[in-house]
Design a binder for this molecule. Structure first.
Ligand SMILES: [Fe+2]
Length: 189
């Protein structure tokens, strides 16, 4: 389904402000808290502006889809990684877009190649995995490992997985919007 592109960071901010209070499907935190925690994890890891921005906006597709918090319980895969990539395309370059596009595939990859990864996932993330195709087979893993943005996709996946702590104090939305603005300017330069 085609979604209207977001043409400014103001539109991104409005989406996060207005819809970010929704619970992050099956977790005890909101979408906005999850976004800020993922961005903070990237920042603390010394990631680039582009990768911090990717972490910040990786689940924006959930907000665009405007489906309920219980998609997984209802057996729905909203393909949010593709939706986010689609709506952010006019604002950012591949260094932001590709890690977002690959963050679900990265989970499927890690479930296949890393012992203990599947067991480390939250219940909600394990539930969505089944809808997203489950662990990759060997051929899919080999293809994924050759992707030029695989390293940043895997880093983003780690930030995503750890960004589920109820009550964690983070910088405010404006802090990560400023970093996203730098990433946008770099993409337009
Ligand atoms: Fe996420």
């Amino acid at each position: 389904m085609p979604y209207s592109p977001l043409n400014s960071l103001e539109q991104v901010a409005a989406l996060l402000s207005e819809h970010g209070v929704r619970l992050y499907g099956g977790e005890a935190i909101s979408q906005l808290e999850h976004a800020l925690q993922a961005a903070l994890a990237a920042e603390q890891d010394g990631a680039s502006d582009a990768l911090i921005t990717a972490a910040f906006l990786h689940d924006l597709g959930h907000l665009v889809c405007e489906q309920g918090d219980d998609d997984v319980a209802n057996g729905i895969n909203d393909h949010h990684e593709a939706v986010a990539t689609q709506v952010l395309r006019s604002l950012f370059a591949d260094d932001v877009l590709q890690p977002i596009a690959l963050h679900v595939a990265a989970k499927r990859y890690l479930c296949s190649i890393e012992p203990g990864y599947h067991a480390s996932l939250s219940d909600a993330s394990r539930a969505s995995l089944a809808l997203q195709g489950g662990a990759m087979d060997a051929a899919a893993c080999a293809r994924f490992a050759r992707h030029p943005h695989v390293a940043d996709a895997l880093r983003l996946r780690r930030y995503d997985d750890q960004a589920k702590t109820p009550g964690l104090v983070t910088p405010p939305l404006a802090h990560y919007l400023a970093i996203a603005a730098r990433a946008t300017q770099a993409a337009q330069a």
